[in-house]
Design a binder for this molecule. Structure first.
Ligand code: ARG
Length: 457
């Protein structure tokens, strides 16, 4: 018998029951559902809406059910639609009328909204923990590579020399902002819908603030209709998750490129790589590719939930049952991707020598050579042209700038002196960057110090 079966003279076909049920995916909410129900029952007893004895039976019964679910002893049914009605029905089978009193002054609409928020608060905490672990690993690796020179690119062409630490710290900044976005989503999630009833509040003398306190939530949803109608907090989380996945994906893309023989800057550990079933020599950076692929999946979750919500009139509509599929998928995908990514970069090997020799190519010190002439009093535009011609000469002769003899350099400008060579060394080019936040060793060490201070907070 359905918990709402009174008005009906006929059951839905079992195919329809199964098709419309959410129990297959919302059973993950069992802990939060039970937590919410216990808090609700305590409030009902405190307010004299149910007896103390009923409350005790409800609480003991729910705790028993929780343990049995955890032991895998409970079988849920599609007929009972979702986790909320499955648990309530099992409880009522066991304790009778007391169980039937639990749903007083409550609707599944405020119940499910509460469960999702409780669930999401925990998962955002996990996301933040995984982001922090990643930030710590980035800083740890960066510390060893302040003087590891590599090419910095624009348009995927050699641009200016940077340190590997500097490149890693760029990602550190991005993940730090991702954490901030997660904290904002947490704040939006941390409000209690319970007590809103179906949509307009309840006639009982409830104490919503007591329930809020029991459930450790920061505030009460201020408007009952809003409380049951919106899922913007979940959309906020998935937006933050999408941005974080985008950062992971860009990083993965670089690691995949850097793993190719054209670069050989890094090599993923065997435990994060796979081979080919036909080509014996292959070692593929599969995990990085998978994270890049899963990014599309999280974007899909975001667009799905936005689309589910976009035309819904207030208040609750059954469409919203689909929210969980996308929210849960985004949570699981982001958190596992962060975990895999962090371990993957923590165990990869870094080939300083290849980075350095790649940095020697592509005339990345050309800007610095021009700056050298500027310091000798030649206007920058003219220096740009002189060095441009010198680069063209070097391409023809297959030389780097620093391989050109001083006599030859003087043919391009008589302002060149012996000290040009120390000015255009790769480390010198890096260290000449004085602006705050630049790639010079001094500035990168300062960035690392700031990051370490932030991480130990
Ligand atoms: N399984 C439903 C969901 O996840 C619970 C809320 C149902 N409310 C209702 N009025 N039918 O959205």
């Amino acid at each position: 018998m359905k918990l709402w079966g009174g008005r009906f003279s006929k059951n839905a076909s079992s195919f329809v029951d199964e098709w419309a049920a959410s129990i297959d995916f919302d059973q993950i909410l069992y802990k939060d559902d039970i937590k919410g129900s216990i808090a609700h029952s305590k409030m009902l007893a405190k307010q004299g809406i149910i007896s103390k004895e009923d409350q005790e039976q409800i609480e003991t019964g729910l705790i028993q059910i929780l343990l049995e679910i955890e032991d895998g002893k409970i079988e849920f049914t599609h007929e009972l639609e979702d986790i909320h009605m499955n648990i309530e029905s099992i409880l009522t089978d066991r304790i009778g009328d007391a169980g039937k009193r639990l749903h007083t002054a409550r609707s599944r609409n405020d119940q499910v909204a509460t469960d999702i928020r409780l669930f999401l608060k925990d998962e955002i905490t996990n996301s933040i923990k995984f982001i922090d672990e990643l930030r710590a690993v980035l800083v740890k690796i960066a510390k060893n590579h302040v003087d590891t020179v590599m090419p910095g690119y624009t348009h995927m062409q050699h641009a200016q020399p940077v340190s590997f630490a500097f490149h890693l710290l760029a990602y550190y900044e991005m993940f730090t902002r991702d954490k901030k976005r997660m904290e904002n989503a947490y704040e939006s999630t941390d409000a209690l819908p319970l007590g809103a009833g179906a949509l307009s509040g309840t006639t009982y003398d409830t104490d919503r603030d007591y329930v809020r306190h029991q459930l450790g939530m920061e505030s009460l949803c201020a408007n009952a209709m809003d409380a049951v109608s919106d899922r913007d907090f979940a959309i906020e989380y998935i937006s933050a998750a999408s941005i974080c996945m985008m950062h992971l994906s860009r990083f993965c893309e670089e690691l995949i490129l850097w793993s190719s023989s054209e670069f050989s800057f890094v090599e993923m550990d065997d435990s994060f790589s796979t081979g080919s079933s036909i080509m014996p020599q292959k070692k593929n950076p599969d995990m990085a590719e998978l994270i890049r692929g899963k990014t599309g999946r999280v974007y899909g979750d975001l667009v799905s939930l936005l689309t589910i919500m976009k035309s819904l009139p207030l208040a609750y509509n059954k469409d919203m049952q689909e929210d969980k599929i996308h929210l849960f998928d985004a949570v699981e995908t982001l958190n596992t991707s962060l975990k895999v990514f962090t371990e993957m970069i923590d165990t990869m090997s870094i080939n300083k020598d290849y980075m350095r020799s790649a940095a020697k190519k592509g005339f990345m010190n050309a800007t610095d050579a021009a700056d050298y002439l500027v310091k000798k009093g030649i206007p920058f535009r003219q220096c740009h042209e002189i060095i441009g011609k010198l680069v063209l000469y070097c391409i023809g002769e297959d030389l780097t700038l620093e391989e050109v003899a001083l006599d030859k350099l003087k043919e391009f400008s008589d302002q060149f002196d012996e000290d040009i060579y120390e000015h255009i060394g790769l480390l010198a080019c890096m260290d000449a960057k004085q602006s705050v936040g630049s790639t010079s060793q001094v500035n990168v060490r300062a960035q690392i110090e700031r990051a370490e201070a932030a991480l130990s907070e």
